[in-house]
Design a protein around this ligand. Sequence first.
Ligand code: PEP
Length: 263
Amino acid sequence: MAAPWPRRPRLVAGNWKMHRTSAEGSALAREFVLLRAADPAGGGCAVAVCPPYPALAAVGDALRGSGVYLGAQNMHAEPQGAFTGEVSGPMLASLGCRFVILGHSERRHGMGETDEQVAKKLRAALRDDLTPIVCVGELLAEREGGKTAEVLVRQVAAAYSGLSAEVARTTVVAYEPVWAIGTGKVATTEQARDAHRVIRSTLDQVLGSGSGGQIAILYGGSVNAGNAATLFAEADIDGALVGGASLEPASFWKIAAAAAAAG
Ligand code: PEP
């Protein structure tokens, strides 16, 4: 069993989405390992990469012993069964995955994943000894319609209701405004801070007072080497879930170093 994830650690996780074959992913991972060895500053925060399923084994091999964690981008809630095309938590854990991204907006809005499915996957990830990164966030129309808080409360409450505070503490939340993902439009520090506070207060309500302050909340949405330090200066932002910039080793490492420097 993996050691419990510590309280509110700084974490920078790279979501490679549907990019890189097994050989390409392995080469990219080796670049991260070299960067980490050459510039351990970024090692002051936890770092994870989440390649597509077919690259997990090769990337895991390339990362072995480096201290960079391996994660997956999704999983099925059942441990096994007649679910053609799906991958289960025990399969991911057997490949050395520590993390699994759940409820990414590209799955919620592109593939119809529901709050209920995300809640089931969260429990399954915990059962399977994976650290879930639970993504929540509003669409542009929801933000413009003044519904950001309502959406966040609904998504967080659906995922976390019924979990014990002790178990929930081992999970990670990622606030990812959908309008900021892959668009180059990063949320302002104020927008991110306000959203993180809504998420923490919802966790307090669902899990018990003080719980929200114990759970790491990442920001995701067009984070890059140029804007990371400003975001990480906000005390409520515990790290980042990074898409595009996680495919550029030097940029990703600068983001990790900025998170580490923010302490
Ligand atoms: C993501 O895929 O979770 C993401 C935040 O992407 P990007 O950094 O490219 O906006």
